[in-house]
Design a protein around this ligand. Structure first.
Ligand code: F6R
Length: 608
């Protein structure tokens, strides 16, 4: 999704902006641009395509002097990717330049209104309306103009604004789209995400909705929509800079897959004390849990797949009915949630627009909300009653791996915690679960040590056209993730099916040479899965099985097998996902795809 960087200080701004934008490339974009205050006027440079096209155009920033500027990477929504539609967008006379993430939903009537008053528009973007409105309402005070504009626009936005009359001021504001303010010495920054400015500062303010930041070289002030000053708390980011670098790996995805043992340790260990699960940030009491009639889980994409696993696990262990919904469906389906419902929201970024809207809808209906989020201080984290953070560090590759694993680990912690409070998990079982949780990081490490086996299997199949992932129960939930991982980064068509459903239609697609990845880690359903494997083999499928080390008999049925170590059934997804991630990664690499930035995808989907 689009990226924003802004700088005001003593150094030349353009190289700093380019460097910051580079760090946001992972979010996905199709064009880029910068605007600089340069000797009494605003100088703008924009280019469709990769950042390096822009960088070459302005010779790494040398052709755009100035110590105040804003930069943007655009992921097209309104108007095709083009030089003109790229940001910054500029007002008619060139007085204002604006970068924007999000969508101005009522831009058309606003645009028509301005056109009737003689304003010339050059782009197809919704953002240009903001630049034009700023000039329209400007009476000499940028802050006043910004407030006026905000009163008229509807939708979501993170905005960075500079004005030709103000060489010493950068104004920023957000609503439903993330934006942070970085504080340096004699210099300040804005950015849509921390990695953009991490090399320059670790002291940040997170803007809340409709808080306006006015950045000067030596100060930052905040205002509300009534132009009253707002006091904010400075946060210190303790991420390691190297966490946002590739660290010798060819791709961020490879690095993030390999980081999973550490991520699991970081997420699990601090929550285990003397063999007990301690979730300080969860305020749900036993009485609260006893009053719950149902749990709804809402999320998107891979986070939704974690939700599907959580449904099986929570219902099995905690015995409360769980419904899992895709956030974009939940928000419009008149969901049956109220005070008797716990809504569990799962999101790596904490900014996914549909998930955030679903959370708000749940709160509006009186539900108790608990979120599982990676980015500290993100909107979803801020707005939930309780938050459980996945301490996975920054995830840069668009396809999630380590955050997914951390989310699963949190689901297990929460399940054990709730099962204990409700008395559905006996002490012996409790101790066994805790022991297995503690083994997870080492077992994942063990699987990663044999990654070459998966690489070999990928070399056999990287040319296939269609893949079906099948499984039952938790293996079905895993199939969803295995299939998504493969298709999103390798562009191979793949689908996931509950193995028992095959006969109800899908099996007609299986023909000679079709690759079927059969997940059979769940002991109780192993034989049933073998029957399904035989069914597809009888129709000519080539079967790649995935099971636990004890199930060697699978070799009599499947053509190739990936093994994972034994652990309790509910935690097997944490192990099974690793070969599936590796398989997708190697296939994509062998096909020469852009692994970290697959086409058409963005890391953080902050528009609906
Ligand atoms: C797939 C992937 C996406 C995200 C989804 C939700 O690899 O990463 O499907 O899981 O866009 O994003 P978050 O978790 O940030 O809400």
């Amino acid at each position: 999704m689009c990226g924003i960087v802004g700088y005001i200080g003593e150094e030349q701004a353009a190289p700093i902006l380019l460097k910051g934008l580079e760090k946001l490339e992972y979010r996905g974009y199709d064009s880029a641009g910068v605007a600089l205050y340069n000797g009494g006027h605003l100088q703008v440079a924009k280019a469709k395509g990769r950042l390096k096209v822009l960088s070459e155009l302005i010779e790494g920033g040398q052709k755009t002097p100035g110590t105040l500027g804003i930069g943007h990477t655009r992921w097209a929504t309104h108007g095709a990717p083009s030089d003109i539609n790229s940001h910054p967008q500029v007002s008619d006379s060139g007085k204002f330049a604006v970068v924007h993430n999000g969508i101005i939903e009522n831009y058309l009537p606003l645009k028509e209104h301005l056109i009737r008053r003689g304003v010339n528009f050059v782009s197809e973007t919704d953002t240009e309306v903001v630049a034009q409105l700023l000039e329209y309402y400007y009476k000499g005070d940028v802050l006043d103009a910004v407030i006026q504009v905000l009163r008229h626009v509807e939708g979501s936005y993170a905005l960075g604004v500079i004005c030709q009359d103000y060489p010493d001021q950068l104004v920023a504001v957000r609503k439903d789209s993330p934006l942070i303010v970085g504080v340096g010495s004699g210099e300040n920054y804005i950015a849509s995400d921390v990695p953009a400015i991490l090399e320059r500062t670790r002291d940040i303010y997170r803007l809340n909705d409709q808080e306006i930041a006015v950045l000067c070289r030596g100060s930052v002030s905040f205002y509300n929509m009534d132009k009253e000053p707002v006091q904010k708390e400075l946060c210190h980011v303790d991420w390691d800079v190297s966490a946002a670098e590739k660290g010798g790996y060819e791709h961020f995805m490879a690095k993030e897959i390999m980081e999973q043992p550490k991520v699991l340790r970081d997420t699990i260990s601090p929550r285990l004390h003397n063999g007990r699960v301690v979730l300080d940030s969860v305020s749900l009491t036993r009485e609260d849990l006893e009053k719950l009639r149902s749990i709804y889980i809402v999320a998107c994409g891979s986070a939704y797949h974690v939700g599907v696993i959580a449904k099986y696990v929570l219902e099995k262990v905690v015995r409360i009915p769980v419904e899992v919904d895709i956030a974009s469906e939940f928000r419009y389906m008149d969901p049956m949630v109220d005070e008797g419902t716990l809504v569990l929201v799962i999101s790596q970024s904490g900014e996914t627009a549909d998930t955030l809207a679903a959370l708000r809808e749940a709160k509006r209906r009186g539900a108790r909300t608990l979120s599982i989020v990676n980015v500290v201080g993100s909107s979803i984290a801020n707005e939930s009653d309780d938050v459980l953070y996945t301490w996975a560090g920054p995830e840069i590759a668009v396809a999630t791996t380590k955050a997914y694993s951390a989310q699963l680990a949190v689901i297990y912690l929460l399940t054990i915690y709730m099962g204990d409070l409700l008395g559905t998990v006996g002490q012996e079982q409790y101790a066994a679960y805790v022991k297995d949780l503690m083994r997870l990081p080492d077992l994942v490490e063990e699987i990663l040590q044999h990654k070459e086996n998966v690489q070999y299997l990928a070399s056999l199949f990287f040319n296939v056209k269609d893949v079906f992932f099948i499984g039952r129960n938790l293996d079905y939930a895993m199939s969803l993730e295995g299939s998504l991982k493969l298709k999103e980064i390798s562009y191979i068509h793949s689908d996931a099916y509950a193995a028992g459903e095959l006969k109800h239609g899908t099996i007609s697609l299986v023909e000679d040479g079709t690759l079927v990845v059969a997940l059979a880690t769940q002991k109780a359903l192993f034989e049933k899965m073998m029957s399904n494997v035989k069914e597809v083999k009888a129709r000519g499928a080539v079967v790649l099985g995935l099971t636990t080390e004890g199930n060697k008999s699978i070799e009599q049925t499947a053509d190739h097998v990936m093994y994972v170590p034994e652990i309790c059934d509910i935690m097997l997804p944490s192990l099974a996902v690793v070969p599936l991630q590796l398989f997708a990664y190697y296939v994509s690499s062998m096909k020469g795809c852009d692994i970290d930035k697959p086409r058409n995808l963005a890391k953080s989907v902050t528009v609906e």
